[in-house]
Design a protein around this ligand. Structure first.
Ligand SMILES: [Zn+2]
Ligand SMILES: [Zn+2]
Length: 375
């Protein structure tokens, strides 16, 4: 089962650094887990290639491997197999035609760590009042053992010699149109621009470690589903120090069974009996801030909209603007009647007060709703 690293990458023993990189890139592209979901064979090939590359791309390890075989590089990749291929990925595909495919960014703007994304679902009360959230995420944080520079005990690191610390190698190429300057990522330092004499054992020279981190952030009142919040600096720490990425929190709203949000207003359907509507009553109504007592005036018609001021949601974009709760009154018509109830109602049937007399000057139901939402 133990295969030779050169064989895994399909190259000869005399292969140059560029050739090794190219061979690895080809295999990694083909067998990347994102492109072959669920394929164990691809995953194994991908990991084997990553392991081979991590040794053959490192001149020191390569020399030991050439001389002693795998025994010479033990304690290397196998021990931290879990995630090491993810880490080095961005370096490898930068400045390649595949860079954009993997979302790689140019190292020039980059010693920036990757952003991380999470989703949260908020209920209507959390939205109304704002909420402090605590979430556990896995992210790369600075290695404690080396302080993040990847060097043993955090000893100062030297500038990378081949690229003079820029992370780039410039090449002059003669073409028919004259000399052309091309740039490629420095292969000695993978674009970081620094040379480490002895790697930190804790993080294998990466300067960062994948850790579970508890992140606390405040969600302001009035957020709307589809918005996102940015928690600065709580994404990944980049390789060997730099600016951390951000944590992007995507907000979704949980629908409430009773209280429906309409912008900054809260809508509530209230069913009352015909008797309560005719005589008037005081009734308990739920709001996002707790129950309140609402007065229903005598003679209230179905479709009446009552307003409970200030029990809506604040406008996240306009300071001091807050909606109301709109209570849509529905008069409940009994679905079943006893003999006695029927007789009682029949006795009232011909009473003149029971004949509908809608007021022509009163705005219609739809006009009323419209005015509330414009208000
Ligand atoms: Zn370290
Ligand atoms: Zn370099």
């Amino acid at each position: 089962m133990e295969r030779d690293y050169y064989e895994i990458l399909g190259i000869g023993r005399g292969a140059a650094a560029d050739e090794i990189k190219k061979a690895y890139r080809k295999i990694a592209m083909k067998h990347h887990p994102d492109k072959n979901p669920g394929s164990k064979a691809s995953e194994d090939k991908f990991k084997a290639a990553a392991e081979a590359y991590s040794v053959l791309s490192d001149p020191e390890k390569k020399a030991r491997y050439d001389q002693f075989g795998k025994a010479g590089v033990k304690g290397g990749p196998q021990q931290h197999e879990g995630n090491f291929y993810e880490e080095d990925f961005s370096d490898l595909f930068e400045n390649s035609p595949f860079g954009s495919f993997f979302g790689g960014e140019s190292r020039r703007q980059a010693n920036h760590g990757e952003d991380l994304h999470i989703n949260i679902i908020l209920n209507i009360r959390e939205i109304a009042e704002g909420v402090q959230k605590k979430v556990k995420i896995k992210r790369y944080t600075s290695c404690d053992a080396c302080g993040g520079n990847g060097s043993e005990n955090g000893i100062a690191v030297d500038q990378c010699e081949p690229c003079k610390g820029s992370g780039f190698i410039r090449n002059m190429t003669r073409t028919m149109l004259g000399n052309m300057m091309t740039e490629s990522t420095c292969s000695s330092c993978a674009g970081v621009g620094k040379h480490i004499k002895k790697k930190c054992e804790d993080c294998h020279g990466k300067g960062r470690k994948l850790k579970e981190d508890l992140i606390t952030f405040q969600v302001p009142a009035g957020v709307v589903g589809g918005m996102h919040l940015t928690v600065h600096g709580k994404g990944n720490v980049p390789l060997r120090g730099g600016v951390s990425g951000n944590l992007i929190v995507h907000v979704a709203e949980e629908q409430d069974d009773l209280l429906k949000r309409e912008g900054t207003n809260i809508c509530y359907n209230l069913h009352i009996s015909f008797v309560d509507a005719a005589l008037g009553c005081e009734i308990e109504v739920p709001t996002i801030y707790g129950a309140v007592r609402l007065k229903i005036p005598a003679g209230t018609n179905s479709g009446k909209v009552l307003k409970i001021k200030g029990k809506g949601v604040v406008d996240v974009n306009r300071f001091g603007v807050k909606g109301d709760q709109l209570v849509f009154v529905q008069i409940w018509t009994p679905q079943e009647l006893t003999k006695e109830e029927k007789e009682l109602l029949l006795s009232l049937k011909n009473s003149p007060n029971f004949a509908p007399k809608p007021n022509k000057h009163e705005p219609s139901f739809f006009e009323r709703i419209k005015s509330f939402f414009q208000g």
